[in-house]
Ligand binder design. Structure first.
Ligand SMILES: Nc1ncnc2c1ncn2[C@@H]1O[C@H](COP(=O)(O)OP(=O)(O)OP(=O)(O)O)[C@@H](O)[C@H]1O
Ligand SMILES: [Mg+2]
Length: 253
């Protein structure tokens, strides 16, 4: 890995919420085409770290580099424009809209007249066709792309959120607990989807508490504790119980 530059990098990120120091100098490197898992106890700073990388919060100190260039994301939109798509822990789908509309949320395709002038009216046909194509490409099974998201199971909804990120991401996909609260079968589907995102050439940051899934899927595992990265391990070098011991502080990194 040493001769390859990271795509995304965080150096010494500090973030406090009032008296709570959520990040105390956190680092991260994400390399091309890898799945980097982030593990750590509740409150270790995992979500805060990825929120800084996705523009949802601004760190008090430290720097973020994309392709070795410093970047300053003031909003999630800034990060999305730079090609970084994020599925947040509290996921944001619009339940009353159909699948296609959710995929195109904030990026709606509008109709044009024969002179190419843009109407306010949405081009639903194009959005449905495109959404269906992305779902087929990612092998996500849904009955119909026009189904309202509120009629879907938890796993299918999660699939929509992950598919949206995978559809638009140009550089990086970030997922915060994408399989929390999912059944076994639904979890399997989302994990397969994450593998396919990597196969398509995109690196993934995956936050998860599910150690067997992390050890199955991740190329590298970043362990966070009390707002810092304390170790990076791999499924080849460490066992699950060793990783958990480092995570809880029972064993030195
Ligand atoms: N918006 C906020 N306001 C105040 N404190 C916050 C806020 N967000 C996070 N914190 C605090 O910052 C610390 C780190 O939180 P963070 O959500 O990053 O942890 P986490 O590792 O994602 O935990 P979990 O595994 O429970 O999701 C915690 O002590 C948390 O209470
Ligand atoms: Mg979290």
């Amino acid at each position: 890995m040493n001769d390859v530059a990271p795509i995304l990098e965080a150096r010494g990120l500090v973030k406090s919420y009032g008296h709570v120091l959520a990040l105390r100098g956190a680092d991260l490197e994400l390399y091309p085409q890898e799945i980097l898992a982030i593990i750590g106890d509740n409150g270790a700073g995992k979500s805060t770290l990825i929120k800084a990388l996705s523009g949802a919060i601004q760190p008090d100190e430290g720097e973020i580099l994309l392709d070795s260039e410093p970047v300053h994301f003031r909003t999630p939109r800034d990060a999305r424009r730079a090609g970084i798509e994020t599925v947040y822990q509290d996921l944001a789908v619009a339940p009353s809209l159909d699948i296609a509309s959710n995929i195109f949320l904030g990026r709606e395709v509008r109709r044009t007249d024969p002179l190419g002038r843009v109407f306010r009216m949405l081009d639903k046909r194009t959005m449905r066709r495109e959404a269906a194509r992305h779902f087929a490409e990612l092998k996500i099974g849904v009955q119909s792309i026009t189904q309202p998201v509120e009629d879907l199971s938890g796993g299918q909804r999660q699939g929509v959120a992950v598919a949206r990120a995978a559809t638009w991401a140009q550089r990086v996909v970030i997922m915060d607990e994408p399989t929390a609260a999912l059944g076994v079968k639904e979890t399997r589907q989302v994990l397969d989807l994450i593998s396919r995102v990597r196969e398509r050439g995109l690196p993934v940051i995956l936050i998860s508490h599910d150690m067997p899934n992390v050890f199955e899927l991740a190329d590298r595992i970043q362990i966070m504790r009390l707002g810092r990265r304390v170790a990076v391990v791999t499924p080849q070098t460490h066992t699950m119980s060793q990783a958990v011991a480092i995570m809880t502080g029972a064993e030195a990194a």
